[in-house]
Design a protein around this ligand. Structure first.
Ligand code: AKG
Length: 219
């Protein structure tokens, strides 16, 4: 360091300290706090479930699908949806058979079913959702007639949250918040389905999701 002006020496010392500090400290932090949060029983998360080409194929299939604004108890949400197969009306509280799942989504239904070791016809509903920038899905448990829920995230990541359904158990500490990456799959069943609610935080870019649901009792 001899011959270097003092401010250069100071900058070199500061930079190397910052690098080593952050390297050592981050490594240490990762050991202390594992990246994956502890999910409630029945919640499973699989990053990179589909590849980039498959994601592009699904996004273009969604963009060709006519979507409509989602209505819930007289309230108009920002997100847009299209439901195929069996649809639950929150307004009328009835399950009705709608349009067939389009051919362009069949392969993804088959892929999720094969992964879960069930047959594709277990999935009675396929819901396509478009979340414009800033939109969310509020805290909820899915409609009563449905059983397993499988969600594929597309186009951007989003913050997904879980909290107990029971009011007495709800507090800041009971919220599990984590990122669901684009191209990932999550599965909600068991306790996570019956005793937990889920929601998403406002998205920074347009997000699409595909939600597959099975029925508790076949109709
Ligand atoms: O977009 C998502 O991943 C969440 C979908 C969801 O919770 C719902 O449609 O009920």
């Amino acid at each position: 360091m001899k011959g270097y002006p003092f401010f250069v020496v100071k900058a070199i010392i500061k930079t190397s300290f910052t690098c080593w500090h952050s390297f050592y400290f981050n490594d240490y932090m990762n050991t202390l706090f594992p990246v994956a949060p502890e999910f409630p029983p029945g919640f499973h998360y699989y990053p990179d479930f589909i590849n980039e080409a498959e994601e592009a194929k699904l996004v273009s299939a969604i963009r060709e699908t006519p979507l409509h604004t989602f209505h819930f108890q007289g309230y108009e949400a920002k997100r847009k949806v299209a439901s195929f197969g069996y649809d639950w009306s929150f307004e009328k509280r009835v399950l009705s058979k709608g349009k067939q799942i389009p051919q362009s989504f069949s392969w993804v239904v088959q892929k999720v079913a094969a992964f879960m070791d069930i047959t594709p016809d277990h999935f009675a509903e396929l819901l396509v959702t478009e979340y414009p920038v800033g939109s969310v899905i509020n805290w909820h448990r899915d409609a009563p007639p449905f059983d397993i829920i499988a969600g594929i995230s597309l186009h951007t990541d989003c913050v997904f949250r879980l909290r107990p359904q029971e009011k007495a158990k709800q507090n800041r500490k009971s919220v599990i918040s984590f990122t669901v990456q684009r191209r990932s799959l999550y599965i909600i069943q068991g306790t996570a389905r019956t005793e937990w609610q889920h929601s998403t935080s406002p998205v920074k870019e347009v997000r699409y999701s595909i939600t597959l649901r099975s029925l508790k009792s076949p109709v």
